[in-house]
Design a protein around this ligand. Sequence first.
Ligand code: GN1
Ligand code: MG
Length: 377
Amino acid sequence: MPNTELLRDPALRAVVERFAFPGAWTDAAPIKTGHINRTYRLSFEQADGGVRDYVLQRVNTYVFRRPVELMENVLMVTEHLRDAYLRAGEDPANRVLRVVPALDGTPSFVDAEGGFWRAYEFITGAYCVDHAGSPEVFREIGAGFGAFQRMLVDFPIGKLHDTIPFFHDTRRRLEAFEASVAKDALGRAASVAEEIDFVRAHIAGKCAIVDMLASGALPLRVTHNDTKINNVMLEEGTGRALCVIDLDTVMPGSVLYDFGEAIRTGASTADEDEPDLSKVRMDLELYAAYTDGFVSETIAGLTPAELENLPLGPLVMTFENGVRFLTDHLDGDVYFHIDHPGHNLDRARNQFRLVRDMEAKWVEMDRLTRAAIAKYR
Ligand code: GN1
Ligand code: MG
């Protein structure tokens, strides 16, 4: 049954009509997995009777304040990836996101209210998972993000815009957190004293990535910055990693960010908002599997310092996300969408539990990482 409510929505129709979608618009469905942008899947019937699907998104310009630069990044990076596939003799269709331009040829359309819209071709014959389920699947996702990193290793990084400056600057995240504690806009600080203490007691070592980038010990890379496992599309039938999606946060950064975000979301035994903390652990078998896949693809392109410091990624990213969730709870939930009061606090507690577990498993994480490096070197 087509979603007539959306098809009849005049505001949505006015936007759809501004893009170069071929065929007749026959269906629309909201996609609700992200926390930031508003997303629809649109279907268009073609003259030959076939149906082609597209993704239409209203970019959250509170979060992405430089959406034009964001789209420039997306175009440059997808072009580069397409070329890399072609040079390797592989068909880039379905393997790289393809932007559908607006009718005026630009990669976006701004509506009457200032809403910033952009569209992609829908990746067909593919699916994504919110849980790896098995080490084999997670290894493949690691190989997918690893290949993304490998193919971008020769990208001229100076051309890339910093669309959210200081996105993974842990020190600035901590400063913002302390400012929110001091402001205590909603009077919530007293009720989360324990979580505030956790942050302050666990700062040691958490700014190591920014510091190593600043000192030159780690190089800047093209990084995805939001490598949740559901941002890799897997091919139906084979399960092989097909395409990395959600390129909004592609920016110069550290490869440790990407490795870290993937482990944070994919190697945890629970969702990031699971309130029952007894369920939250980092699964070392999943850690080993992802590391194996990721290192198998990146070994030639990364420096020894990057490879050896990989375990820092998950520890820092998990801590940082916890700090961001707690900050947003203190601010009154202005950044992350919440489904219920206290949702951001649930998320923060969950992440802090995961940090504790990673700290307890640190020696093992380090050993497994070195084993993967030795295997492919
Ligand atoms: C946001 O929109 P989504 O779910 O892909 C956030 C990430 C956080 C994540 C936590 C631009 O990502 O940094 O890790 O939520 N993206 C932005 O769930 O802030
Ligand atoms: Mg995202």
